[in-house]
Design a protein around this ligand. Sequence first.
Ligand code: ASP
Length: 333
Amino acid sequence: MASARALRIDFGLAIHGGVGTLTPAALTPELEAEYRAALERSLRAGFGALRSGGSALDATVEAVGVMEDSPLFNAGRGSNFDERGVITMDASIMDGSTGAAGAVAHVATVRSPVRLARLVMDQSPHVLLVGEGAEHFARVHGVKEEDAAYFYTDRRWDALQVAKAEAGARPNVLGDSDGDESVEASPSEAPDPTSRSGTVGAVALDGAGRLAAATSTGGMANKTWGRVGDSPIIGAGTFASHRCAVSCTGWGEHFITNAVAHDVHARMEHADEGLAAAVRGIVFERLHRKVPGSGGLVALDADGNVELSFNTRGMYRGWIGEDGSPNVAIYAE
Ligand code: ASP
């Protein structure tokens, strides 16, 4: 498990592309280079939005949109399959400066779920739309849709077969481990290191001091039909306020029951903790004690402090500050 050294930016963004058993031995040099290049593209897209006068919200949409379009990540194209062999996706976005939020869950046709989440925020009186209703809303608003072949990748199909075999061998029990550090049952620690990682997210701080967060995912491989994880749940997988912006990745059920993204804000707001103490207290103590290897998050505060923390072996991640030069990492440091 690891956390980045102390980082601070005047404006910019931080991103993640999922957690898992990511070690140098687990990725081929070619695949690692592809991931690094995709993370850099995402950071540059988000930074480009900020530099051209866009808001923190715009930056998160652009950064997440790049990763949704890449087949490498478990979001948009390249999403995980559920138990039926069908892809359904979830996403959310929150504007820390206004407290507005939008989210979609269980959508199968939308090319960029994060852009649809933003439309729900901007163009509807609601926060969360699901399934066919969300897709109808997308159609009404002229959102780009794709057929199933667009989202399909061999890697995720193979990961589904692995997940099915594992599920047969070991029931996927969803309980806390009551502090037993020997329990390593997290789905994010699967034998195939990239099979379940890849949920994407971004947090951004713009020149006007506004914070925003966005997250997008295909969910966990072999998930039960209808299952929705933390990513589209405001306060669980995504949260932003005047204090901080947070995007999470990992075993979603535990992020929901621990209200992880909101807890970062709550610790800062009510317990007077700084960003680093709040994030690390959640990721390394609360979550890791209950469920070793449960996941990680990226977070930014209003002073520009950046946290990229995870209790797994690695997390695809990156950050970019006012100099416009992208920094990316995958493994624990
Ligand atoms: N948090 C996502 C979910 O549970 C999966 C992940 O981040 O890998 O749907």
